[in-house]
Each structure stands twice: as C-alpha cells, then as structure tokens.
Design a protein around this ligand. Structure first.
Ligand SMILES: Cc1cc2nc3c(=O)[nH]c(=O)nc-3n(C[C@H](O)[C@H](O)[C@H](O)COP(=O)(O)OP(=O)(O)OC[C@H]3O[C@@H](n4cnc5c(N)ncnc54)[C@H](O)[C@@H]3O)c2cc1C
Length: 365
C-alpha cells in the first residue's frame, strides 16, 4: 500500500514522516512549485499537549529544539495610545516555545527521503473508483490511482467533498499581514513597541497583533471586522491607506506596523468550518488539519494539524492490512479533539467590548 497525501503543510509532512519511520511508502503531492515558493507565515508556539507530542512521534524533538527562538515567549498588551497594560517577560521555562513556521516545515522536509514530496503537483479533481480506491487528477493533466488518499490540503481542500458537503464560511474578520525587516535599525519605534516577543495592540472591534521574528523582523497581523468583499481588487497602496485609515488616532509606533511594511500587505479573509464538523466513514480516504477542522486562529490550528498527522500515521502503522479500522479510530479521536479546540474562540476576548482588558485578564490569569 502506498499512502497518497495531498498537501505539504505541517500536517501532511508530519504524517509523511511518521509513515516513513514505520517503513510505509508515502508520496506527498504539493501544489506549490518549491519549498521557497511562498513565505510560510510567522511564528508558531508549539504546545505541549499537541504540537510537541506530534514532533516527538516524528522523531524530531532535538531538531525542533534547535529552532526555538529564545526570549520570544514574552507578551505585551497595549491600548490604542500605546500605553502598556501588561508586559510579561519570557520566564525562560520554555513552556510554549516559539519557532518560525518556515524553519519547522524545512525540518520536516529534510527528514523525508528525496522525492517524497512532488512539488508543482496541484490537484484539480479526485474521484472515487468504487472499491475504496481513488483517482487523483493534477493540473498538468496527469491522473493516478491510490488505495489510501489523505487530504492535508488546507482550508479549500479538493479532497473534502469526497467526505463532506461542508465549505468554509467567512467569520467577519479580515486580517492584513505586513512585515518590517531589520526593525531595530530601520523601524526603531515600532520595534520598541513590539518588544521581545508578541504584541497585542487591541481595542473593541480591531487591533494589531505583532511578533518579533528572527533577524529583528516585525511581523504584524492587523485585524478588522469588515464585510467579506471589503477592499476586493484593491491594489497594495490602497489597501495600506484604507487599513491605516481605520486606525486614525492610534499611536504612530503602532500604525507604523501597517504603513512601514517592507512587503505589500496581504489581505486574508478568515473563514471556518462549522465547529464539530464530522463525516461518516468513507472507504480509502480521510482528512487532517485545516481540511478537516478549519477554525479561527486561536493558536491551535498548526499544532492540531501536526497532531492529526502523527496520530493518523500511528493508527495506519498499528493496523497493517486493516486501513479502515485505522481511519475509523483516527477520525473518532480527531473529531473530538477538534471540536474541543474549535470552541476556544479567542476573538471575543481580544476584540470584545472591554478590549483590551479582556486580553490582559486572560494573559495575567
Ligand atoms: C493569520 C493566521 C495566524 C495563525 N496563527 C497560528 C498560530 O500561531 N498557531 C497555530 O497553531 N496555528 C495558527 N494558524 C492556523 C494554521 O496556519 C493552520 O491551522 C495550519 O497551517 C494548518 O495546517 P495544514 O497542514 O492542515 O494546512 P496548510 O498549512 O494550509 O497546508 C496545506 C498545503 O496544501 C497545499 N495545497 C492546497 N491545495 C492543494 C491542491 N489542490 N493540490 C496540492 N496541494 C494543495 C498548500 O499549498 C499547502 O502547502 C494561523 C492561521 C492564520 C490564518
């Protein structure tokens, strides 16, 4: 049996690695042309209850430790004037270590035999063959069959329709992503505001969350509650101007995180699948990570995707010759785990009527 994984995100790669450790052949088909095709996003704190056991199952704990950026567990909450309401330094205990997502992905890629990931393989269609097998079609016109298909292809999964009619829905929040490079030298006021780790500059209905990444890069996610078509088709300069315009009266060292960006702003509309999303068993196919349980960014998504990958890999290895039992046991545990984590919506705390005090209470408590 060869396992076919669609998507080389963190979830798909942990699955591939765990299968590899158990000697089970696996191929990952990834739409992007190469590992460097796109910036992989920012910092992830890797949780002891999901991300870390997943990396342990992948035999990568040591490699992961080497990627941890010291001091990044500090958190700061400020109001719109930049007044610091809470400043928690990194206590050095390493409970929630922060790593760069791109470096973690590269660690996983380097742990796989060459050729495991097939880059530039964008899946355009999947179809059941009726015997538990599936046919996969790629954008270049190639088709191939597989006896076990795993959709690790994120929010807009092409595999999901084989299992479920659910589609992601907009949650009313748009996020604009910006990067300021070499912050301490080139953007000192913004760098000072961000501090050593994470900054939460919040008010009711809007705010800026920023992290200090390696090399002094300041990476900001500006959150706004807006209609889904807000700024549709707008060019970069217009997006920057309109988003900054929403922050009139905010401290300049905070708005500099928007206006000082060294990269064009990237506008993301946050969507989710329903909490408790699940499906009846369908032979020969399953999902993991965002494809299965897309939730608002609550700090769990990538961690959960990795744990899904590890647990699915272990289940397949534990039931040689009985893949349906493996998938059923994986799915039941995954559904429960995702439902519990998906209910943890941090946005009412971050952007509710008493923001930023809610966030201060959460972090201080
Ligand atoms: C703004 C923001 C901040 C976040 N912050 C955090 C955080 O701090 N901590 C955390 O744990 N989570 C965070 N998340 C959530 C996290 O990013 C996701 O939950 C996580 O990336 C899911 O991993 P995945 O492997 O399931 O999917 P993805 O990371 O989405 O990977 C899917 C892969 O599949 C590929 N693919 C897609 N379609 C196809 C196709 N048709 N054919 C072939 N390949 C395809 C994609 O190119 C991609 O490489 C955040 C999310 C957002 C939006």
């Amino acid at each position: 049996m060869t396992v076919t994984i669609i998507g080389a995100g963190l979830g798909g790669l942990v699955l591939a690695r765990v299968l590899h450790l158990h000697g089970i052949p696996v191929t990952v088909h990834e739409a992007e042309a190469s590992p460097a095709a796109r910036h992989q996003g920012g910092m992830l704190d890797i949780h002891p209850w999901n991300g870390r056991p997943a990396l342990e199952a992948a035999g990568l704990t040591e490699g992961f430790r080497e990627l941890v950026l010291p001091g990044r567990e500090s958190s700061r909450v400020v109001d719109r004037t930049g007044t610091v309401l809470l400043d928690q330094p990194d206590d050095g205990t390493g409970v929630r270590p922060e790593v760069q997502r791109g470096e973690l992905r590269q660690l996983l890629l380097d742990s796989l035999p060459p050729g495991t990931v097939q880059w530039g393989h964008k899946v355009t269609a999947v179809r059941a063959l009726g015997d538990g097998g599936h046919e996969v079609s790629l954008a270049d016109g190639t088709t191939f069959g597989t006896s076990l298909l795993v959709g690790a292809d994120g929010a807009w999964s092409r595999v999901r329709p084989l299992l479920s009619g659910a589609t992601p829905e907009y949650v009313g929040v748009s996020v604009v992503e910006t990067f300021l490079f070499d912050g301490d030298t080139r953007h000192p006021a913004a760098a000072k505001a961000v501090g050593a780790g994470a900054l939460y500059a919040l008010s009711p209905g809007q705010g800026i969350v920023a992290h200090r990444e390696s090399g002094g890069t300041l990476h900001a996610y500006t959150h706004l509650f807006k209609p889904q078509d807000w700024l549709d088709g707008a060019d970069a300069a217009t997006v920057t101007a309109r988003v900054a315009g929403e922050f009139g009266g905010w401290a300049p060292e905070l708005t500099a995180l928007i206006t000082g960006s060294d990269t064009p702003p990237v506008l993301r509309r946050l969507c989710t699948l329903p909490i408790g999303h699940r499906w009846d068993r369908v032979p020969g196919v399953t999902l993991l990570g965002d494809a299965a349980h897309l939730m608002p960014p609550n700090g769990e998504g990538a961690n959960l995707a990795m744990l899904d990958g590890a647990e699915l890999g272990r289940a397949i290895a534990a039931h040689p010759g009985d893949v349906e039992t493996a998938l059923a046991s994986y799915e039941q545990a995954m559904f429960a785990r995702a439902e519990a984590e998906g209910a943890d919506d941090i946005y009412p705390v971050m952007f509710g009527a008493d923001s930023p005090r809610g966030m201060v209470a959460l972090l201080a408590g």
